[in-house]
Design a protein around this ligand. Sequence first.
Ligand code: GTP
Ligand code: MG
Length: 182
Amino acid sequence: MELKVLADVGLVGFPNAGKSTLLSVISAAKPKIADYAFTTLVPNLGIVSYHDGKSFVVADIPGIIEGAHEGKGLGLRFLRHIERNSVLLFMIPVDTADVKKEYAILLNELEQYSPELLDKERMLAITKCDMIDEVMMQQLAKELPRNVKHVMISSVAGTGLNELKDMLWKRLHSTFPANHVD
Ligand SMILES: Nc1nc2c(ncn2[C@@H]2O[C@H](COP(=O)(O)OP(=O)(O)OP(=O)(O)O)[C@@H](O)[C@H]2O)c(=O)[nH]1
Ligand SMILES: [Mg+2]
């Protein structure tokens, strides 16, 4: 049996990227969080409250790994069920050696699995930003992929979360498609 996930935003990232932690701080959902891979085995949904009683639904899905399109891991199979007009929020930890490379791997896995997934809007959250200082953050900003809008967040320190929600809300309600040139 497969779960039909109806979400506005799908969280896409390697295991341990902080997907479940983010969901736990922006919604009332209480997903399991741990410092090992594949803590999340099935999607968790959370409702994120926005201004004036508005809200949107976020799906935290299992981590995606290299080779996922060949059946490794669990995450990709759930993406097929995320709403047609949804946004994919890629999540990459700030201590990742090569953010561009990790983004490219995730994108490639999605494309190999189902090319239509690349028609969805994409955004990038750099997670766990409490681990670095302002100077390192500015340095990192220069090394990020240029063709996707990004936001620096820390679910632990609570930073960047309002900016993230604003960004997602605007994207979800914009009539203009973002131009992806990956
Ligand atoms: N320092 C710091 N650690 C974080 C932050 N967010 C998550 N973590 C830690 O990162 C680890 C993984 O967090 P999860 O939220 O379980 O990661 P996930 O992406 O859901 O992982 P899977 O379910 O395995 O795909 C946990 O030890 C969290 O406490 C953050 O903002 N700052
Ligand atoms: Mg998880």
